[in-house]
Design a binder for this molecule. Sequence first.
Ligand code: GTP
Length: 362
Amino acid sequence: MSDSINPAEVDAVVLVGGQGTRLRPLTLSAPKPMLPTAGLPFLTHLLSRIAAAGIQHVVLGTSYKAEVFEAEFGDGSKLGLQIDYVFEDEPRGTGGGIANVASKLRYDTALVFNGDVLSGADLGALLNSHHDRDADVTLHLVRVGDPRAFGCVPTDSNGVVTAFLEKTQDPPTDQINAGCYVFKREVIDRIPKDRAVSVEREVFPALLADGLKVCGYVDATYWRDMGTPDDFVRGSADLVRGIAPSPALKGHRGEELVHDGAAIGPGALLIGGTVVGRGAEIGPGARLDGAVIFDGAHIEAGAVVERSIIGFGARIGPRALIRDGVIGDGADIGARCELLRGARVWPGVRIPDGGIRYSTDV
Ligand code: GTP
């Protein structure tokens, strides 16, 4: 066996078919991997990492709103990639999604990604670790500060996975499944094709039970699953501030990222990794802290937006306060409204001036 694996002879598979329910209402109009993140579709950051690692062929496993991916990425040549698309009529889950792309795979090794994870893992080192151990499957396992929110994956002293454990208050290890896996091509053929299957809950435990060699590649890199509004906001801010790596941002680093055609009024304060989309307007004296403002949104004078996502073309009225909220596309939030702690406003909804308040001042 040669010393290292040639990434040009590895297929990347990216699962992008989920409905992204936890990010509704934003995912009613766009699938999660296409939501703008630091000004680019989230998937662009991931595809740029794949290209930077020397991988050339990518298969996107689509289902929900499948057509928008090909419209954006085409044959992949703009990113230096060759992209194929495989569509599932019926979503087959994360395992079924992998099985379903099998006919498009070209090589003996496939590197599979959840399409919503922001990560700094060294993909070349992950592939080499798989190759050196002659593993059937290698999972990227990341060490996290608080593993209680995740299922964890212990390994033995040789790096072989010993179990897949559900969430517990007392996890035996801080290693969690990072949503990125290397598969030997023939192992993919073991996944049932005719029904929905979860790779985490069903495929991996079955491979262990069948005695296959399932290994872990462990690191403590930057890692975030962008699936919830809170994580989406933090991940976006980390990209803007250069804390999360992305070859697509070409080294941008700063407190804010303002895109072409956006207008920022006098005295407006943009901090905490705020991103302002194309054609958005920020009024005088507005305060944006860790805010994600999609294209064409308007934030009026004196409004405050903290750790929140403001959808395409939405309007936040004068002196309104949005904290830890999600405002759907085209929604209109009246002056002085206060929307706090996980509030979600559906697209196009109009809330009149002063219509929702947490305080009694007029
Ligand atoms: P939630 O509904 O908020 O849980 O989001 P989700 O639908 O994206 O599910 P989850 O975060 O568990 O999915 C992880 C990754 O797998 C995401 O990139 C999804 O797009 C993808 N995915 C989830 N289910 C399917 C599926 O049935 N088919 C395919 N091809 N991809 C899927």
